[in-house]
Design a binder for this molecule. Sequence first.
Ligand SMILES: Nc1nc2c(c(=O)[nH]1)N(C=O)[C@@H](CNc1ccc(C(=O)N[C@@H](CCC(=O)O)C(=O)O)cc1)CN2
Ligand SMILES: Nc1ncnc2c1ncn2[C@@H]1O[C@H](COP(=O)(O)OP(=O)(O)OP(=O)(O)O)[C@@H](O)[C@H]1O
Length: 203
Amino acid sequence: MSPQTLQSKDEIRARHRKIRTGMQPDALSAAASGIARHGLSWAAAIADGATATFTAYLGVAHEPPTLPLITALHGAGHKVLLPVCEPDRALSWVYWDPDCEFVRSRYAPIKEPAGERHGLEAIREVAGLFLPATAVDLSGNRIGQGGGYYDKFLADAEAAGLQAPRAAVIYDSELLPASSIPVEGFDRPVDAVLTPSGLVRLT
Ligand SMILES: Nc1nc2c(c(=O)[nH]1)N(C=O)[C@@H](CNc1ccc(C(=O)N[C@@H](CCC(=O)O)C(=O)O)cc1)CN2
Ligand SMILES: Nc1ncnc2c1ncn2[C@@H]1O[C@H](COP(=O)(O)OP(=O)(O)OP(=O)(O)O)[C@@H](O)[C@H]1O
């Protein structure tokens, strides 16, 4: 695709959201188990056989389902932090366990964990991050849901010294050719994508 025909982030996001709405429940549950399996082995490689702390998120609606991944990480002894939307596009973090309750976010059409919220002090312990995305290109550029939450969070985490690898969770068809996603100054790239069929390292 030539630069002249590069689609905007909004166009790419809208196209992939539309495709997602056509996904059937059996495809979603097949995706969930692949994501859990491959995500767990990425986490095991990062933790080098030990246990560690990871950020994840609860996929809702037609997002790739992540509850099996979250459950598998916890079952393997890892700690799992899930995001909560705060004012001014900030995120705070709650440790998940199987008794965790979810409530509707005040700021986005998603479900969030109830419980004690933590800030960047908890993020400093993180060994790897699973991020939401609607598309990623082979250069590591990511498009989220358009909230700007993760770009801001990643900038703050970098400033606090966090260098942990980042994997965006997407469906296979959402991994796009290199340089097909326009990059803005605040965008933070990812190191890998986690799809139902495997983990692809991009850096
Ligand atoms: N599950 C999840 N949690 C997350 C994010 C996310 O992308 N997904 N976020 C990332 O920043 C933050 C919340 N930001 C969000 C902003 C907008 C929409 C939204 O408009 N969703 C659409 C389409 C969902 C779909 O693709 O099926 C909707 O529900 O209509 C969702 C989350 C923090 N937590
Ligand atoms: N670091 C930042 N500081 C301030 N505003 C930001 C920052 N990052 C993004 N934004 C704002 O958020 C808006 C959405 O950005 P973008 O479309 O890249 O979000 P996204 O990556 O899809 O969402 P998310 O990061 O929540 O998954 C942008 O228009 C921008 O104004």
